[in-house]
Write a protein that binds this ligand. Structure first.
Ligand code: CIR
Length: 257
């Protein structure tokens, strides 16, 4: 079974946190329409959509990926690195408790944002970013290493989260926009992309990825590699430093999400 955890955008999305880019006007109605388009891609491919209750008092609540990370049958509730986002985890925890997954949590004083965790096979690359602390990474390592995962800390200084700069194709190739990646040489297989919004892919299945509509040259690259590429407009979320990965948490039975 494939399940997608999402949360509808707050009408206050425009007030979300910004770290590396300037504030520009955000259209909340367009954001809702784009969010629905994003969710529909998954629904149309057989995913069951599970909505985390709206948290309209949290402008960044739509970016649910930051609040929980799933490793096989273990869900790790995070402790977001900014105060304005900490309250988001309460509703995430309630929904995760209904999934049948084992649940653990990052505890104070550690901090960790899910956007800093990139899973490739049984390796979890974890961004040491302004949001994710060394203590948060140490806690995650203590949870995962006994379960057979390797945890590798990766420097992140040029973008908000590790996954704002890199993600991975279905075959495990790490892809990213080099000006935003601290250490491309740190990955065994790395392919640079020509566009900033081309860094993020969500793996839908072994042959298909989902991307922002704002990176047409990168989409053409992946099509030339034989992948099916589905694109969605997510401009209103990109204005808040969000991307296709952070709008959902994917639960897949049998394989790491
Ligand atoms: C934030 O600064 O927390 C939000 N405005 C954006 C979060 C994006 N999340 C992600 O890339 N995983």
């Amino acid at each position: 079974m494939m399940r997608l955890l999402v949360r509808r955008p707050s009408p206050r999305l425009a007030e979300g946190e910004l770290t590396h880019i300037g504030r520009v006007p955000v259209d909340p109605d367009l954001a809702l329409e784009q969010w629905r388009g994003y969710v529909d891609v998954f629904r149309g491919r057989g995913w069951e959509v599970v909505e985390i209750p709206a948290a309209d008092g949290h402008p960044d609540g739509v970016f649910v990926e930051d609040t929980v990370v799933v490793f096989g049958d273990l869900a790790v509730i995070t402790r977001p690195g900014v105060d304005s986002r900490r309250g988001e985890i309460d509703t995430t925890r309630e929904v995760v408790a209904t999934t049948g997954l084992e649940v653990a949590a990052i505890e104070e004083p550690g901090t960790l944002d899910g956007g800093d965790v990139l899973k490739v096979g049984r390796t979890a690359y974890v961004g040491a970013s302004s949001r994710t602390s060394a203590e948060g990474i140490a806690q995650l390592r203590a949870l995962l290493e006994p379960r057979g995962w390797t945890v590798e800390a990766v420097p992140v200084t040029k973008v908000l989260h590790l996954k704002s700069g890199i993600t991975a194709l279905p075959d495990g190739t790490v892809v990213g926009y080099e000006p935003l990646v601290d250490d491309p040489a740190g990955f065994a297989r790395f392919v640079g992309v020509p566009e900033e919004h081309g860094t993020a892919v969500v793996v839908l299945d072994d042959d298909t990825v989902l991307m922002s509509a704002d990176a047409p040259e990168t989409a053409a690259l992946w099509r030339a590699r034989g992948l099916e590429v589905v694109t969605v407009p997510i401009t209103e979320f990109e204005k808040l430093e969000g991307c296709v990965t952070c709008l959902s948490v994917r639960l897949r039975d049998a394989a790491p999400a």
